[in-house]
Design a protein around this ligand. Sequence first.
Ligand SMILES: NC(=O)c1ccc[n+]([C@@H]2O[C@H](COP(=O)([O-])OP(=O)(O)OC[C@H]3O[C@@H](n4cnc5c(N)ncnc54)[C@H](O)[C@@H]3O)[C@@H](O)[C@H]2O)c1
Length: 308
Amino acid sequence: MSRISFIGIGRIGQTIAYAVLTSGFADEVVLYDRDAEKTDKFKQELLHALATLEVKTKIITTSSLGAVDNSDVVVISAGIPRKPGDDRRDLFKRNASLMKEFAESLPKTNPNAKYVMVSNPVDMMASVFMKFSGKFIISSGTQVETMRMRSFIAEKLGIPVTKVDGFVAGEHGDAAAFLWDTVTIDGIEFDKMANDKLSRTEVEKYVKEVAAQIIAVIGSTTWGPATVIKDIVKAIITNENRVMSVAVPVKYDDETIHIGIPTVIGNEIGPSIEHSLSEEDVAKLENAKKEVYAAYKQLLDDFLASTK
Ligand SMILES: NC(=O)c1ccc[n+]([C@@H]2O[C@H](COP(=O)([O-])OP(=O)(O)OC[C@H]3O[C@@H](n4cnc5c(N)ncnc54)[C@H](O)[C@@H]3O)[C@@H](O)[C@H]2O)c1
């Protein structure tokens, strides 16, 4: 029996829930949002889709946080999204209050759940949730960047995406760290295969800028991240033990921060494979940790001062 709960049924929450439900691996799905009418109408849509697909997953809707219980996985995607021109870190204060509220409530009724953060700034929101709940949580982290990188390389070189491997780590955002020594095409290192057709700089620029470009035109990023997050949930529920660049908690100085690191995802989360990275890639990851810690510490201190 698998029970997956979604906290926040906005654009990204709906798309993840749709991807999970239509993949057919969940027995029960709980949809929670403060907007009860929205979850109810979304449920009707989903039921119509599931009738067509002949998927029998049970869908429960609620606008009471306490009714979200006994979940195997809880996916948190409530809160404010970026507007055109916003940086993800601009959302910290408002979304942090919400994460504190969820952290103080959800673990009471979902003591055995695996928690997956989606709300932005996603790695920092995972750290806030963990700080106030004491519960282990991952964020979707740089698995989203990883897939953006692989898709761009495949598209530019005109090869199937299944031939491209490798990871982006660090922060989902400004401090993304490209682990170039892990990037291969058909098992051969990127630089040899890309030759003069595609540079590392072009790939990094695309991955760092594409989300803002999508938000400016479409209003939000949904389909790409939602499919990635469905895969993270699926890897947990079906015990795939697949390596994904999710953000995991890391002790840094006096705080626990979340950083994207290629990590084995199954019923158990970990280990991370930091130890098998090249020296150069480890150095990039260390820089990302330093940068994320500095930004997080400042934003967290301001937030804690405002809640006194
Ligand atoms: N990690 C990623 O890759 C990624 C990708 C896309 C969006 N996001 C983030 O996900 C979050 C949601 O984005 P969106 O586009 O779905 O926004 P949205 O505005 O469409 O949806 C947000 C939802 O949260 C709900 N909500 C707000 N406060 C609530 C509360 N107190 N209790 C219950 N529900 C509440 C709203 O009713 C709404 O349904 C944003 O922070 C966004 O930046 C992350």
